[in-house]
Write a new protein. Structure first.
Length: 378
């Protein structure tokens, strides 16, 4: 993952592939208010190793690694804490908001099977959202199924907190996987069938306009009534997006609702190069070992106990006793990412419940009733 503007709270556009330029820009642009600069020497700038040529000629803004430190980052405007209910559908498909791309950053390494980008969007403070909500994006062009009409809206989980990556409440970030189509017969990539919106997003450039709708969704909102609560977060791939927002709120930002509980992230990706926001999460682990746990399942690098691919459900099984106890004590559990993970996870949880002499069906319905169970898969 690219590491860069930890020293900056403002957008910083730099050409990829020029580490010295980047380093200079980062250091020059540090008009910031961190009081503890202990993170600064830990910055590393390995953008080159994470580009595969696709983005090399583009400007990117690097802000996925705003470092956690014990003295947290000041955020504004404070009014974003005031509302009792989350903002919902402020902009609808018929009247979307036209926002501006601030930056597009490839955030996986060269050995990742696929491309994932971190995209920062300037909404000027006009499309506020809460952590766990999604934006809709209407890609430019005509809907092939309805000539003359725009494309359908695609939803993307927002990967930043309500304050955005610049901590000023004016941006929202997305974590987007480029949808590529491979011909099953030839095994070759067929660009004519590539995903419309994800490719538009990953190919966009700073300054480009983007039509957004929303914010949408209530299922993945972070319940904050109990600051000591436990939050167990399960993700595959870009499903990590809402958790990046939660964790920045819990550990990076200075917000009135101080987090004193436990956040436990299970992240399933293909390999080390596919890890998303890993530096941020690793930093929380160092700074808040009593409040954060982080377990990774690398399907194409690690094996499960049966010699198969290591999936998130295998990690869940490994810690099932603890997880069940935490759930019994009111923990929230969240699932986000591939739809395909849910049957495997439910099978694992059912098996564990039965081994413990419990009925999974009864437990699940209790979890749902208590609003402890949060699922957003796609
Ligand atoms: P589309 O153009 O809609 O195509 C869909 C798929 O079909 C692609 O894989 C494409 O390659 C394939 N295809 C196209 N043409 C053909 C053809 N002729 N024959 C066979 N296959 C074909 N995605 C993220 O990356 N990050 C997120 O955080 C995220 N959050 C989401 C949150 C929610 C609540 C939901 C519902 C979805 C989320 N998604 C997220 C998925 C996202 O909304 C899109 O579905 C995804 O980006 C694909 O959209 P697209 O326009 O690129 O692909
Ligand atoms: P794999 O593709 O090796 O089968 P990424 O975005 O990096 O591809 O992350 C998605 C992760 O989810 C991959 O590790 C992928 O493994 C994994 N995955 C695929 N299918 C399932 C499933 N049914 N249950 C859990 N994880 C899955």
């Amino acid at each position: 993952m690219a590491h860069c503007a930890a020293a900056s709270q403002i957008a910083l556009a730099v050409p990829v592939g020029s580490d010295s330029t980047l380093r200079k820009s980062v250091l020059k642009t540090s008009s910031i208010s961190f009081s503890d600069r202990s993170w600064a020497p830990a910055l590393s700038l390995d953008l080159k190793s994470k580009t595969n040529g696709r983005l090399q000629s583009q400007n990117v803004v690097c802000m996925s690694v705003q470092q956690a430190n014990k003295s947290k980052v000041e955020v504004a405007p404070v009014e974003l804490e005031d509302a009792k209910d989350p903002p919902l559908n402020l902009y609808k498909p018929k009247e979307p908001y036209t926002a501006t791309i601030v930056s597009v950053e490839r955030i996986v390494g060269p050995k990742a099977p696929g491309e994932t980008c971190h995209i920062v969007i300037d909404h000027g403070g006009n499309v506020p959202y809460w952590e766990g909500q999604s934006y809709g994006v209407i890609p430019p062009g005509e809907n092939p199924k309805k000539p003359g009409a725009p494309h359908n809206v695609r939803l993307y989980s927002i990967a930043s907190t309500r304050y955005g990556d610049n901590f000023d409440g004016r941006t929202g970030s997305l974590c987007v996987r480029r949808a590529v189509y491979y011909d099953p017969e030839t095994g070759k990539e067929d660009p004519s069938k590539a995903g419309v919106c994800s490719n538009f997003l990953c190919d966009s450039k700073p300054g480009d306009k983007i039509r957004i709708t929303g914010p949408a969704g209530k299922i993945m909102l972070l319940p904050e009534d109990d600051p000591k609560a436990t939050h167990i977060m399960i993700a595959t791939g870009t499903g990590v997006a809402p958790y990046r927002g939660y964790l920045r709120r819990m550990f990076m930002e200075s917000v009135p609702k101080k987090f004193e509980g436990l956040a436990w992230l299970f992240l399933g990706v293909a390999n080390t190069d596919s890890l998303l926001y890993d530096e941020e999460f690793t930093k929380y682990l160092q700074e808040y070992p009593d409040h954060f746990r982080y377990d990774k399942a690398l399907s194409r690098e690690q094996k499960n106990k049966n010699g198969g691919k290591m999936y998130v459900q295998d990690k869940i099984e490994e810690y099932s006793d603890e997880i069940f106890k935490l759930l019994d004590n009111g923990a929230h559990i969240y699932f986000c990412g591939l739809k395909g993970m849910m049957p495997g996870i439910q099978d694992t949880l059912k098996r564990v419940a039965e081994e413990r002499g419990e009925s999974w069906e009864a437990k699940l319905s209790q979890l749902k009733k208590n609003k402890q169970w949060h699922v957003e898969v796609y």
